[in-house]
Design a protein. Structure first.
Length: 268
């Protein structure tokens, strides 16, 4: 087949045929009716006065000084003015002065004064904020996330410890001090400040009446979060044959040793 002959099986031929069909396709009655209604609405639409004024103003501001042929330009040309020149001895403007419409009933300069006041407030707030190095900020946020993660895990381990102890018949354990309290959850959900203060007072009284020695409680609370979690995990393994990382309780110590990958999280 020569190059001059059309390839009727090519994609270009099919695309041209589809375009031709679209352009020469006869419109239906409903389509013609909708088109007529749109044209009628467009012809019958009356623009509001504000829109007409805005369009006329914008059109006038787009013109240069020499583009107009009104009576004022004719008078200037009689006095020696030529198109392209500027008014004034030391040069002037060729473009019209831009118009900024003022909205509202505020006095002149109020908007600028308010803007300056806001900028000054922002500068004062920015000066109060401590300037932190980006790397230090990232390290700080990473440490906060790590602490929050360890706190959640310690609380979960303490809750499991308390549940298994009670199932085994153990009446008290100093490690239960890390388990979540129902009163704390209620205090977080309660929006009334008075009730929250009353619950805090009750908690303080309960802490004073705690059955555990204050020195041991203070020592446990002073432990780093890593050591606190390790102590809870080790207690669960030794006392209940429960692996916190597996989330399962084994039959005995041998079963725990054979089927549990290890004591650390990385080993799971």
């Amino acid at each position: 087949m020569s190059d001059s002959e059309d390839d009727y099986m090519s994609a270009k031929f099919l695309e041209d045929a589809a375009d031709y069909e679209k352009t020469h396709k006869e419109a239906t009655y409903s389509q013609r009716r909708q088109q007529q209604l749109r044209e009628q609405q467009k012809k019958g639409y009356i623009k509001p006065r504000e829109q007409l004024q805005r369009e006329a103003r914008e059109e006038g501001l787009k013109r240069n000084l020499g583009d107009t042929d009104n009576k004022g330009m004719k008078m200037l040309m009689k006095m020696g003015f030529k198109k392209g020149m500027t008014l004034g001895k030391s040069g002037g403007l060729q473009q019209p002065i831009s118009v900024d419409l003022k909205k509202g009933r505020e006095g002149l300069g109020m908007a600028e004064a308010r803007k300056r006041a806001l900028e000054e407030e922002e500068e004062k707030e920015a000066a109060k904020r401590p300037r932190i190095d980006p790397e230090e900020y990232r390290d700080l946020m990473a440490n906060r996330a790590k602490e929050a993660k360890l706190t959640r895990r310690s609380t979960a381990a303490a809750a499991i410890c308390e549940r298994l102890d009670k199932e085994k018949g153990i009446e008290s354990n100093i490690l239960w001090i890390f388990s979540p309290k129902d009163k704390e959850e209620k205090a977080e959900e309660n929006a009334d400040e008075k009730e929250v203060e009353e619950e805090d007072e009750q908690e303080e009284k309960e802490e004073e009446e705690s059955p555990y020695p204050p020195e041991e409680v203070a020592a446990l609370n002073a432990l780093p979060l890593d050591d606190r979690l390790d102590r809870l995990v080790c207690y669960l393994r030794s006392e209940h044959n429960y692996c916190f990382w597996c989330g399962a309780k084994y039959n005995d110590a041998e079963d725990l040793k054979e089927n549990c990958p290890g004591t650390e999280e990385d080993e799971h």
